[in-house]
Design a protein around this ligand. Structure first.
Ligand SMILES: NC(=O)c1ccc[n+]([C@@H]2O[C@H](COP(=O)([O-])OP(=O)(O)OC[C@H]3O[C@@H](n4cnc5c(N)ncnc54)[C@H](OP(=O)(O)O)[C@@H]3O)[C@@H](O)[C@H]2O)c1
Length: 339
């Protein structure tokens, strides 16, 4: 059985260019689709045909940064691709790769652009952008390095239904923790309990969070895996147990850091509850991506790690994909299939 979907090899390269610097979350109108000629790889390069374009919350930051995505260039993005032609030792035509190939049909890439080189796929290749890609590897390393759960720990997770949060919840549960998820609509509340095994789930848009968190765990949470910051963090930090650990993995609740948002001050809670608050950046951990992908694949194949994908079809869907992440319209790892 092939894990690589059928695809075409168009004669030209359609590209989704960033043509207007977004104010906050990128909107479809910030992008323009154009067609460019194909280029051939030089020594050290390989040409890839992108099949699954990834939409990741981090792209909001990449789109706001001229050094990362200059105007008029393809949107900086991860993608799962098949190598078409290679002039790099160890990378061959037909290989599956996942890396920074941008929102376009084809990319000329080097090894420095790779997140992973999947010589022998063990699962459908779209998963190498989700549960076996940046989100899954982030969930694994951030949780297990910074706040490994002990049996009986209460673990609170924000964006609990999402690509990162759904895996964090399952790893924590697998380690014997009591898991509580926070998500933004009732369908996702159901998804979190029935698919991702959370012990309890709150809709943060309708619940009185301070009261609901205290009712669920009067003695507080040992771990908070936070992907949002903002008002959710303000409530959660006041629901932590003494010596609790907070992993700051994302800041989805803040659309722009210019000017910096104002909010409650956390320092008294950090001090009086003797908390540890650790930040995580996935690209600090490049050397461990391969081994972590193998561990996640073993867990997926042996224990049935649940995961959801939200896949649109056609490159025209890419420009609107990011705003869906920030309205919560996505129902799992957001991808665009362009094969
Ligand atoms: N530090 C790192 O190295 C690293 C690496 C990967 C990902 N991350 C971070 O992890 C987080 C999740 O990423 P993902 O790929 O798994 O995305 P995701 O959870 O699949 O999608 C984003 C979700 O964020 C939630 N959200 C959006 N705006 C929000 C707001 N204002 N308040 C609360 N929740 C909001 C929505 O869920 P609801 O419908 O539940 O509101 C939305 O579905 C992001 O913050 C991302 O930047 C960090």
């Amino acid at each position: 059985m092939s894990f690589i979907p059928g695809h075409t090899l168009p004669a030209e390269n359609r590209q989704v260019l960033l043509t207007r610097r977004p104010a906050g979350t990128p909107a479809a109108a910030d992008f323009t689709i154009q067609t460019a000629p194909l280029a051939s790889p030089q020594p050290g390069q390989f040409l890839v045909r992108n099949l699954y374009l990834s939409a990741d919350p981090a792209q909001r930051g990449w789109a706001s940064n001229p050094a990362l995505t200059p105007l008029g260039t393809p949107m900086r993005a991860l993608a799962v691709a098949v190598v078409v032609e290679s002039r790099e030792y160890g990378i061959s035509a037909g290989d599956v790769v996942y890396g920074f190939f941008g929102w376009q049909d084809y990319a000329l890439a080097t090894r420095a652009d790779l997140f992973s080189h999947i010589a022998a796929p063990r699962a459908p290749i779209s998963l190498y952008a989700g549960v076996l890609g940046m989100p899954g590897v982030t969930a694994w390393l951030a949780l297990l390095d910074l706040a490994p759960p002990r049996p009986g720990d209460a673990v609170l997770v924000s964006t609990a239904a999402g690509a990162v949060g759904s895996i964090v919840g399952q790893i924590a549960r697998h380690r014997g923790a009591y898991t509580v998820g926070l998500t933004g609509n009732n369908d996702k509340v159901t998804q979190c309990t029935t698919r991702f095994g959370y012990n309890a789930v709150l809709n943060y848009k309708t619940a009185d969070l301070p009261q609901a968190l205290a009712a669920l765990r009067p003695d507080g949470f040992q771990i908070f895996f936070d992907n949002t910051g903002g008002p959710i963090l303000d409530a959660a930090i006041r629901a932590m147990a003494r010596h609790g650990r907070i992993v700051q993995c994302g800041t989805a609740a803040t659309a722009s850091w210019n000017p910096p948002p104002l909010g409650l001050r956390p320092e008294r809670e950090i001090m009086s509850r003797a908390l540890t608050w650790s930040g995580f950046m996935i690209f600090d951990h490049h050397a461990r991506f391969s081994e972590t992908i193998e561990q996640l694949t073993d867990m997926l194949l042996q224990h049935g790690l649940e995961h959801d994908e939200d896949i649109e079809t056609g490159i025209d869907a890419a420009p609107g994909a990011l705003s869906a992440l920030f309205t919560g319209a996505n129902t799992g790892k957001k991808l665009v299939f362009i094969g």
